[in-house]
Design a protein around this ligand. Structure first.
Ligand code: FES
Length: 153
């Protein structure tokens, strides 16, 4: 399986790893395809992402996509952050193998969950429109498990 240099860079040197102890919002999601998990914590100031960290228990693509999502989301408004798509993530990384596209949903869903968590904790309405993995049209079996977990880095 071929990964771009940028994917390998973010896998080998992931940005913004960890947990914000004083987080304003936290999103924890699991990938129903492979069982991998990710957690995103955010600090919010004036409805923008002021700080962000992630922890991912997953494959190389999940780690690389989580890393790039934290870079993209920093300083974005909450509306912009929940609008980040898996296509945008893949483009930022110079492409992902088709069997790995589902991995990028983990990061975008984690960010959506963190933003909604912040809003709900502050008595406001969630804005993400729901997680992609919860979409009835999302087919967790579209990618065979053995392909999904073909982790080479
Ligand atoms: Fe589980 Fe990529 S997120 S195989």
């Amino acid at each position: 399986m071929l990964y771009t240099d940028k994917v390998m860079d973010h896998f080998n040197n992931p940005r913004n790893v960890g947990v914000l102890d004083d987080a304003d919002g936290v999103g924890e999601v699991g990938n129903p395809v492979c069982g991998d998990m990710m957690k995103i914590s955010i600090k919010v100031a004036e409805d923008r992402i002021a700080d962000i960290r992630f922890q991912t228990l997953g494959c190389g693509a999940a780690i690389a996509t989580s890393s790039i999502v934290t870079e993209l989301a920093r300083d974005m408004s909450l509306e912009e952050a929940v609008a980040i798509t898996k296509k945008q993530v893949a483009e930022e990384l110079g492409g992902l193998p088709p069997a790995k596209m589902h991995c990028s949903v983990l990061a975008t869903d984690g960010l959506k969950a963190a933003v909604d968590d912040y809003l709900v904790k502050n008595g406001r309405e969630p804005i993400s429109g729901g997680l992609e993995h919860d979409d009835p049209h999302f087919d967790p079996h579209a990618v065979p498990h053995e392909d999904a977990c073909d982790v080479e880095g």
